[in-house]
Design a protein around this ligand. Structure first.
Ligand code: ADP
Ligand code: MG
Length: 636
């Protein structure tokens, strides 16, 4: 509890104590003995006013402010009218006085409000805690001394020192030292990772054992930590349809209820169906029950909790709308390379044509790929035993879905698939081995090819199985790779459909076609690594990006980002989404159900104000507690 909430709580407790004292005094008949009748009624009126005002003066002023701004119909207004009405019953001397109820309604309303504020604060805080990955400083060395500086001020390429126990403030490459890094806060992965000189590390990890010197590769604002925080902060702005529905609902509902209450209080007595006081009281009770706070607070809180819970697993959801859509996904489309397969290719074979050696072919390819971020390029460079000298490379150009072209030592080199060869009018021949084949052409002559093979990720098959088990109808793979490679992967993983040899724009078309086949209400998710498939991520109902560590384009384009590259997190994300939606609907049905029941009882005069206020506060508390379950992702 923060300071403000503590003061609030104390105020309620004081009011409650006075209320109890006044109630006892009144019941024991002391007032009647002191003031006689009807003096005792006025005395207890004055006495009950004290706890009422202590507990509720802020509600009254809020209602008054809103009325003056012309936005009358909110909870504060409902409570104010109902309680003032209860006190005003004193003007009907023939009925029982209702001051006690008036004060009690205000008191319990405040208890409920305090509870709400506490619950919201708590889930905010737990998201903040989870996301407490923002480093406050970075250490840099100046004249042999370590100085703490604002991470924002560290220039790209400077060397920072990360001591054991500290968080890595900025993305970079280790230049000296070895240590274990704990990335649990980012990815949910609890196994620490060993790093040493040369390893790329991301900000937000905790350095556990050794001191590291790190050359920064990004400014702080573009480092992983900053990007994640930005995502989470913006998440609450993108509201789910259910959430918007509740807001609109409350806007129509509250005035409707007020009019109904007024009618209930006025029409029957005008028709001579009973005493004014009786019907006014029913109208007031009606007002108290009708307060929609349980819905208004618990629905956003559930989404908030679901997003927070997902982020505990290393799944960043950019808005509640995406969580809502994810719960309805029945088609999941995967990119192959880097998504279902690890994206680290092994070189299976290098075949050189006459006039070239195998080493030359590999060297040419590695240099031509010098500037590409594609997983193939990274793997070819890694397979090259020498050092890639970027100075020998000119004019490097990536032709997405085809390959690369560049000049290496002045020779025009092409590296890529048969589409690339065909486009440039070269001759080439296929290889008898199964695998991704990179043809290499030097100055228009076919130099040979490199066969590389990728392995499927260890949890990929399991993911497809659990998606099917969770009711996903179709799992589809799209790839720019060869048909035989694609089919081998598809049958190993048990995919329902596979489309190979696609260019990036073909992938968009393929997804459009699948979207057109979607049945009513079904949603399509696309999972990719953002390399060559960012447009598809945007086009899908839900775009899920793999490997937040990798491509910036993916993080931008995606709606959901998986902080580690494990496909199994898709199934977990769907579990979280479905659980959240289940809880949201439980709350909606429960809250509206109880309200309607008490409203009906109130209209028939079978519910008094005590039942009304306990109904209202009770429903709110239960709905909030239920909503907070969304944060709990241990057992999904
Ligand atoms: P995927 O759909 O499997 O993710 P991409 O669309 O990224 O694959 O690439 C499709 C094909 O294009 C690759 O299988 C490869 O043959 C070729 N290719 C793409 N980029 C490169 C590159 N940098 N070097 C060589 N070949 C490439
Ligand atoms: Mg790809």
């Amino acid at each position: 509890m923060n300071k403000k909430q503590k003061r609030w709580r104390n105020r309620i407790l004081v009011a409650l104590a006075i209320f109890v004292a006044v109630y006892v005094v009144e019941e024991t008949g002391v007032l009647t003995r002191l003031f006689g009748t009807p003096g005792d009624v006025y005395a207890s009126f004055a006495l009950f006013l004290v706890p009422y005002l202590i507990a509720g003066h802020d509600v009254l002023t809020k209602a008054w402010r809103n009325i003056r701004r012309g936005e009358a119909f909110d909870e504060a207004f409902l409570m104010t009218v109902a309680t003032i009405g209860a006190f005003a019953m004193v003007f009907f001397p023939e009925t029982e006085p209702h001051m006690a109820e008036g004060a009690a309604v205000m008191l319990f309303y405040q208890v409920g409000e305090l509870f709400q504020s506490y619950a919201v604060g708590k889930s905010r805080k737990s998201i903040a805690d989870m996301m407490d990955i923002a480093p406050d400083y970075a250490n840099i060395e100046q004249d042999g001394q370590l100085v703490e500086v604002d991470p924002d001020e560290v220039a790209v390429g400077s060397v920072i020192v990360v001591k054991p126990g500290e968080r890595v403030p900025i993305d970079g490459v280790v230049v000296e030292g070895a240590s274990q890094l704990d990335a649990a806060a980012l990815t949910g992965e609890s196994m620490p990772r060993h790093v040493e000189a040369g390893a790329e590390i991301i900000s937000g990890c905790i350095n556990m054992t050794g001191t590291l010197r790190v050359r920064t590769t990004k400014p702080f604002g573009e480092s992983t930590v900053s990007r994640i925080l930005e995502l989470v902060e913006n998440a609450s702005e993108k509201k789910a349809r259910t959430e918007n529905f509740i807001t609109r609902f409350a806007r129509v509902y509250t005035p409707t209820v007020c009019v109904a209450a007024l009618a209930l209080a006025v029409v029957p007595p005008l028709l001579g169906m009973g005493a004014w006081s009786d019907w006014i009281l029913r109208g007031l009770t009606f007002l108290v029950v009708s307060c929609p706070c349980a819905l208004v607070i618990s629905v956003p809180l559930s989404f908030f909790g679901g997003i927070g819970g997902a982020s505990k697993l290393g799944i960043l959801v950019k808005g509640s709308n995406y969580l809502e859509q994810l719960a309805h996904v029945d088609t999941v489309v995967f990119d192959k390379t880097g998504t279902l397969t690890s994206g680290t290719f092994n070189v299976v074979a290098v075949h050189a044509e006459k006039g070239f050696t195998e080493d030359e072919v590999l060297a040419c390819a590695a240099h031509a790929e010098a500037f590409s971020d594609h997983p193939i390029a990274v793997s070819v460079r890694a397979a090259y035993p020498g050092k890639v000298d970027q100075a020998r490379v000119g004019n490097a150009q990536e032709e997405s879905g085809h390959g690369v072209s560049a000049t290496v030592d002045g020779h025009a080199v092409l590296v890529g698939n048969d589409k690339l060869m065909r486009e440039h009018g070269g001759t080439w021949h296929e290889c008898e081995l199964t695998g991704t084949v990179l043809h290499v052409m030097v100055d228009g002559a076919y130099a040979g090819h490199i066969v590389i093979a990728d392995v499927v990720k260890p949890d990929a098959a399991e993911t497809i199985r659990s998606l099917h088990a969770a009711g996903v109808k179709k799992c589809v793979m799209l790839t720019g790779d060869r048909q035989d490679v694609a089919e081998a992967v598809a049958s190993e993983l048990g995919l329902d459909e596979v489309h190979a040899q696609l260019l990036p724009e073909d992938k968009v078309n393929a997804v459009e076609k699948l979207l057109a086949q979607e049945r009513e209400g079904g949603k399509l998710a696309f999972v990719g690594d953002g390399i060559n498939d960012a447009p598809v991520l945007t086009r899908a109902d839900v775009g899920i990006a793999m490997g937040a560590m990798g491509s910036d384009a993916a993080i931008e384009a995606a709606d959901i980002v998986l902080m580690d590259d494990k496909p199994s997190n898709i199934a977990r994300a769907m579990d979280v989404a479905r659980k959240t939606m289940r809880i949201v609907w439980q709350n909606i049905v429960f809250a509206i159900g109880v309200k309607v029941l008490i409203l009906v009882l109130a209209a028939f005069g079978m519910a008094n104000m005590w039942l009304a206020v306990f109904g209202d506060v009770g429903v709110a508390v239960i709905a909030i507690l239920n909503a907070m379950r969304c944060m709990n992702v241990k057992n999904v």
